[in-house]
Write a protein that binds this ligand. Structure first.
Ligand SMILES: NC(=O)c1ccc[n+]([C@@H]2O[C@H](COP(=O)([O-])OP(=O)(O)OC[C@H]3O[C@@H](n4cnc5c(N)ncnc54)[C@H](OP(=O)(O)O)[C@@H]3O)[C@@H](O)[C@H]2O)c1
Length: 266
């Protein structure tokens, strides 16, 4: 039986084997992490060295937009499995929608990967509401997640209805870049809630996310202390009043920042 999707997982910037059994390993790229610094060996090597039980790991990988034609999807997935020395992925995502390749071409291949057992679940990333609805029609299995940029500061998907659609359709919204913004250390409402819980502002920002139905998050850290702190954030319970205060103060910040709500550069 495959491992369940963790509520707060981590992307270590390196892959120390001891961290692996706890980590939601995402995304796995051959020999590189998401910041394009070399890893110590491939993720596959690190997993083998850790002697971690495959059933206890949740392995996610992504297919990039230039590989979304039918044959390319199959090839890309097999290449990922070879690099990992594994025979299945727990979750396979379309990283970004393609402007030129029809979505039904991609989903024919993704459906085949699920039917063959090479992939357990399908998901998408950076999909807007209309693309997500199309994916739901084209996928032979339920869409497990849409991975998008979502945080206290980045509230686009509250406003455009995507979060509500995910919640109503049992689709996990995976919030990426949850603590990236520099304001975390200085925002007064966040500081106050953090102090009340003897927690860090990073933990509160993560707890705010996972307090919402169907929201999970994937903070990245190269610091083992930060990784441990982030995992513990899943246990931090914020009161309704605290959630409201955070929402109200960030709503103001979001408006005053005057950001374009359609812009989703990852
Ligand atoms: N699907 C997509 O298109 C897409 C796009 C962008 C990102 N992502 C994914 O989202 C994940 C995270 O994204 P991200 O790196 O952009 O943003 P992030 O996780 O919100 O921010 C990472 C930064 O926060 C710091 N940090 C994390 N936890 C901390 C803590 N407890 N205390 C202090 N500092 C902390 C890290 O520094 P330290 O290393 O020093 O802890 C790092 O500088 C990655 O897995 C990435 O692959 C996906």
């Amino acid at each position: 039986m495959a491992a369940a999707l963790p509520i707060v997982s981590t992307t270590p910037a390196t892959y120390p084997p001891c961290a692996l059994p706890r980590a939601g390993l995402y995304p796995l790229r051959h020999g590189r992490n998401v910041r394009r610094r070399p890893l110590r060996g491939t993720a596959g090597q690190a997993i083998r060295e850790s002697k971690a039980d495959r059933a206890g790991l949740f392995i996610t990988s992504k297919v990039s937009p230039e590989h979304l034609q039918y044959d390319d999807v199959l090839r890309a997935c097999d290449a990922s499995l070879r690099r990992l020395a594994m025979d299945y992925l727990d979750l396979y995502l379309i990283h970004w929608p393609s402007r030129s390749i029809p979505l039904d071409d991609s989903f024919r291949a993704l459906n085949r990967l699920v039917a063959d057992g090479r992939v357990k679940r399908l998901g998408v990333s950076n999909f807007d509401l209309s693309l997500l609805k199309n994916s739901q029609i084209l996928a032979a299995t339920p869409i497990a997640t849409n991975q998008i940029r979502y945080s206290l500061y980045e509230r686009t998907y509250i406003k455009n209805g995507l979060l509500a659609h995910c919640q109503a359709n049992n689709i996990l919204l995976t919030a990426y870049s949850p603590v990236k913004e520099g304001h975390l250390k200085t925002h007064p409402a966040l500081q106050a809630v953090a102090a009340a819980h003897r927690a860090s502002p990073y933990q509160v920002a993560l707890a705010w996310l996972v307090a919402q139905p169907k929201v999970i998050t994937i903070p990245m850290s190269s610091n083992p202390d930060h990784q441990a702190e982030n995992f513990r954030a899943a246990d931090l319970e914020l009161s309704a009043d605290e959630l409201h205060r955070l929402d109200a103060s960030y709503e103001r910040l979001d408006r005053s920042a005057g950001r374009a709500h359609g812009d989703q550069s990852g």
